[in-house]
Ligand binder design. Structure first.
Ligand SMILES: Cc1cc2nc3c(=O)[nH]c(=O)nc-3n(C[C@H](O)[C@H](O)[C@H](O)COP(=O)(O)OP(=O)(O)OC[C@H]3O[C@@H](n4cnc5c(N)ncnc54)[C@H](O)[C@@H]3O)c2cc1C
Length: 192
């Protein structure tokens, strides 16, 4: 997937990990979905589906009455960010408090998926991504056509992305000195 001037990471470019973007999207839980309506920017949290085997596609869903679904289905450009918070970094220096994270920001355009079989297959895959091992017909009932009909499913074709990652200890000037005033370290939030 390409990076252009729009996705070039300027601050800490050494933290750019575009090759990790698919892995981060596959692990993420919440997508923050940004769009512009009538000149006003909005960012709305949504669940999403992503399969690293089809890396250029990301799926969003919601009520057919939803503002964000209608706007994106009309072809409005969309920006999606997904963040994994891996740790809280504390330093002896105020400015060096930080976070360990992996995040992706991507740009694309959506189309509505209307084919009932395709919707069924993608919703099933989405359930299995969030709930590994959960099977339709065993753990939950297949959605009736009426439910599929009132639920919009959008396929975002990803035009470009970048990913950024911070790892490791705090980097304050005294953080390696156990005799200096204060404390320094990382509160791990997840195993990386
Ligand atoms: C973790 C998470 C996952 C979600 N997953 C989905 C999903 O997969 N599909 C789905 O349709 N909805 C989901 N929602 C709800 C979603 O955030 C929106 O509320 C919903 O999609 C309606 O969006 P809209 O732009 O059409 O709402 P509107 O009602 O048109 O939004 C109007 C205004 O209400 C405010 N608003 C709307 N939603 C929120 C919010 N969540 N928090 C705070 N203020 C808000 C904003 O100011 C917004 O501009 C999720 C919410 C969370 C927190």
């Amino acid at each position: 997937m390409q990076q252009t001037e729009r996705t070039r990471i300027r601050n800490h470019p050494e933290r750019a990990v575009p090759e990790k973007a698919a892995e981060i999207l596959a692990q993420g839980v919440v997508a923050h979905v940004g769009f512009v309506q009538d000149g006003m920017p909005y960012v709305i949290p949504l669940s999403y589906h992503y399969d690293a085997d089809a890396p250029a596609l990301l799926y969003l869903h919601g009520s057919i009455r939803s503002r964000v679904m209608k706007l994106l289905a009309s072809g409005a450009p969309v920006c999606v960010t997904v963040t994994l918070t891996d740790g809280l970094v504390y330093s002896r220096k105020a400015m060096n408090h930080s976070m360990n994270y992996r995040s992706v920001a991507l740009f694309g355009n959506a189309r509505e998926v209307t084919d009932e079989d395709e919707k069924f297959r993608l919703f099933d895959a989405m359930v299995r991504r969030y709930f590994p091992g959960r099977a339709v017909g065993h753990d939950y009932n297949a959605p009736p056509p009426a439910d599929l009909g009132v639920t919009a499913l959008l396929e975002v074709a990803i035009e470009e992305w970048n990913a950024k990652r911070r790892v490791g200890a705090p980097t304050g000037p005294d953080d390696d000195d156990p005799h200096a005033l204060g404390t320094a370290g990382v509160t791990e939030l997840r195993e990386v």
